[in-house]
Design a protein around this ligand. Structure first.
Ligand code: FMN
Length: 181
């Protein structure tokens, strides 16, 4: 269950969110995770889609049962680079679970970026859950070193992860045992 840090921006607060979520996932028995930082995936900008697949990213998604996407809200949408990276895979996502953590400086916890991502998730073949991470006024949720200042997020992320892990197990069972024919 990799955690995708969805912005390359210098000084990104989403990195604190991604590292916090990664830590909470790592605490769960039997769940493997890793951080995928889209800043480290160097894709060309003069082509798009599966033509520019990064072998390592593709293999990580292929192995995963679920993805967690940490998406900052930029002008109510998602960062262009996040979409560019997500577009580089397709079959790797099909019938897998996805949970989204929205991050915003404003008060709505990235709700608008999450809503904008849902149709994209559907088209990629990912299955969304009915629980999100919402990190509002993120600059007040962590200190400069990334220490969590609001303990309530631990309980909220716990609920999010329980739901995501349940969906990941259901879909894995389906992929392995239920034919489409
Ligand atoms: C180009 C751009 C557009 C932004 N648009 C919004 C916005 O629509 N709503 C909002 O609450 N914050 C907005 N922000 C602030 C980010 O949500 C804020 O920086 C937050 O920390 C998450 O992004 P970060 O991980 O890059 O820090 C914007 C930031 C950038 C760089």
């Amino acid at each position: 269950m990799p955690v995708i840090l969805g912005t390359p921006r210098q000084g990104r607060f989403s990195e604190h969110v991604a590292r916090f979520v990664l830590r909470e996932v790592s605490r769960r028995d039997g769940v493997e995770t890793e951080l995928i930082d889209i800043r480290e995936i160097h894709l060309p900008a003069n082509d798009a889609g599966e033509a520019i697949k990064d072998a390592r990213f593709s293999a990580t998604v292929d192995r995963a049962d679920a993805l967690i996407i940490v998406a900052p809200e930029y002008n109510h949408g998602y960062p262009g680079l996040l979409k560019h990276v997500l577009d580089s895979n397709l079959k790797e996502y099909i019938h897998k679970a996805v949970g989204i953590c929205g991050v915003s400086a404003g008060p709505f916890g990235g709700a608008r970026v999450i809503e904008n991502m849902l149709p994209v998730m559907r088209e990629l073949g990912l299955v969304t859950i009915f629980w999100d991470g919402n990190f509002s006024s993120v600059q007040t949720v962590f200190d400069d070193r990334g220490t969590l200042l609001d303990e309530a997020y631990i309980r909220r992320i716990d609920k999010f992860l329980k739901e995501l892990i349940w969906m990941a197990k259901v879909l894995r069972h389906g992929r392995e045992n239920i034919s489409l024919e």
